[in-house]
Design a protein around this ligand. Structure first.
Ligand SMILES: NCc1[nH]cc(CCC(=O)O)c1CC(=O)O
Length: 318
């Protein structure tokens, strides 16, 4: 006979943006429904403080997770909830990704009151995004429409700040992850959702990950019911591409995996790599494989990274 699962006292370290708090509350509610007692420990990260420079210039993804890891290290918290997109490919020694949860909408959203689409932008229109990936993919789409007049301008800050900058008229439209808007009940702001063919999502976009100290095997068991394996396999493949390309936000790289609707257990992985100067997409590849384990997902990711390099993509730092 197995023992009933232990009820734990758990502290969740979280950033304090509205989206981060929503995500932490979401995990808190799930853990409480499993019988655990949960408190939140809110904290500000460097990524939240540096708002005047593009993230790719100031050190990238690690900026959003470092302080949370210090809280885990100092045992002030047990788990950290992250948007997987912001989590570096390799966690520092002593930390582990214990759980990947079911994915929200992974796609990019077009947010604009005045323009229904790219084609609808006025002469010399301005679109806001700070993601190099979105910049490169938008530029490509605009060039195809013959819209060299449209400018793409940097846009930083949390979701509310970005929406305010749009509302103030600094941009005609902005591009954001649909997942964040949906989680915060802001779906009505979404004018349209990009087909992944056009704006291929970033590795891990829309998925939540839970990080722990790797010695906390007790927590792995407690978190097991929150694991969504179909999502974990998708994002493992995507993140492997990113890791293999030296993934950082200073490289325009998209990696998006989806399950084939017809073939059982078959994962289709698309990737796009752009010139780091952010001008035009140079390489797009697609591979698929039967995937039932994380190892197989990673093998697919490596194949896609090799195909990107064969097509002319260069890994960062080498
Ligand atoms: N880079 C910031 C970030 N990290 C996660 C999300 C959205 C939610 C998600 O992808 O889970 C966002 C905002 C955005 O890209 O518009």
């Amino acid at each position: 006979m197995s023992n009933p699962p232990a009820s734990l006292d758990l502290t969740i370290a979280t950033r304090e943006s509205r989206l981060a708090l929503w995500q932490a509350e979401h995990v808190k509610a799930l853990l409480q429904s499993l019988g655990h007692r949960v408190t939140l420990l809110g904290m500000t990260t460097q990524g939240d403080q540096i708002l005047d420079r593009s993230l790719s210039k100031v050190g990238g993804k690690g900026l959003f997770v470092k302080e949370l890891e210090v809280a885990l290290e100092e045992r002030r918290a047990d788990i950290a909830v992250h948007s997987l997109k912001d989590v570096p490919m390799d966690l520092p020694p002593g930390f582990a990704l214990a759980c990947v949860m079911e994915r929200e909408d992974p796609r990019d959203a077009w947010v604009s009151a005045s323009c229904a689409s790219l084609a609808d932008l006025p002469e010399n229109g301005v679109v806001g995004t700070s993601s190099l990936r979105r910049l490169v993919l938008l530029r490509e789409a605009l060039d195809r429409l013959g819209r060299q007049d449209v400018r793409i301008e940097p846009l930083r800050g949390n979701l509310d700040t970005r929406l305010r900058k749009l509302d103030e008229g600094q941009y005609h439209a902005i591009v954001l992850a649909a997942a964040g808007l949906k989680r915060l009940g802001l779906s009505s702001r979404i004018r349209s959702i990009f087909d992944p063919e056009q704006s291929l999502p970033a590795a891990g976009q829309g998925a939540l990950g839970i990080e722990i100290r790797s010695d906390r095997t007790d927590l792995m068991q407690a978190l097991a019911p929150l694991v969504h394996m179909p999502t974990w396999l998708r994002v493992a493949a995507e993140r492997t591409v990113s890791r293999a390309m030296g993934g950082s936000c200073s490289m325009p790289l998209a990696a998006y995996a989806r399950w084939d609707a017809e073939a059982p257990q078959t994962l289709c992985l698309d990737a796009a790599w752009g010139d780091p100067e952010g001008r035009a997409v140079v390489v797009r590849v697609q591979e698929q494989a039967r995937v039932e384990t994380l190892d197989q997902a990673e093998a697919l990711g490596h194949r896609v990274a090799r195909a990107l390099r064969a097509g002319g993509a260069r890994a960062a730092g080498g």
